[in-house]
Ligand binder design. Structure first.
Ligand code: MG
Length: 161
């Protein structure tokens, strides 16, 4: 069995007047993530992990933020297209582990909905998608609620044994 590992990281500012999309789920909050797309930090980190596992560049290579086609795009579409790139290379996803880093809001009530959303796009069982969360104990830009971070790691397996 041929295995490949990938990692991804993403950052977005948190600002007033934007929706907060994380893991494909819209979370009620007084601030949202700023970006060219819907700025879904978790889906972007997962896309980068999947692309990185196969040395296919990064999310900016495939979906540049200078391209108006991606303005305010639903990041679930980017994840779907990334999945299509991975499967076209003859790989399937074994599992994804991820961590969100933000001070507020609390993410736990939304984790199951995020897992369901991501699993359906990536054709995985929900338990193959791990989503954890932490704060920086009020330190730094995440602690000041100026931004949020997502990290993701994935394992891919070749479908050509
Ligand atoms: Mg991003």
């Amino acid at each position: 069995m041929k295995l490949r590992i990938g990692s991804g990281i993403d950052f977005h500012q948190l600002v007033e007047g934007r929706d907060l999309w994380i893991g494909g789920v819209k979370i009620p909050h007084h601030k949202g993530a700023l970006g060219h797309s819907d700025a879904d930090v978790l889906l972007h980190a997962i896309c980068d992990a999947l692309l990185g596992a196969l040395g296919l560049g990064d999310i900016g290579t495939h979906f540049p933020d200078t391209d108006n086609a991606y303005k305010n795009i639903d990041s679930k579409i980017l994840l779907q297209r990334t999945y299509d790139l991975i499967t076209a290379q003859g790989y399937e996803i074994v599992n994804i582990d991820s961590t969100l880093c933000l001070e507020a809001p609390k993410i736990k009530p939304y984790v199951e909905a995020m897992q369901t959303c991501i699993a359906s796009i990536l054709k995985l069982e929900k338990n193959a998608i791990s989503i954890k969360a932490t704060t920086t104990e009020t330190m730094g830009f995440t602690g000041r609620e100026e931004g949020l971070v997502a990290l993701a790691t994935c394992l891919l397996s070749s479908t050509n044994s």
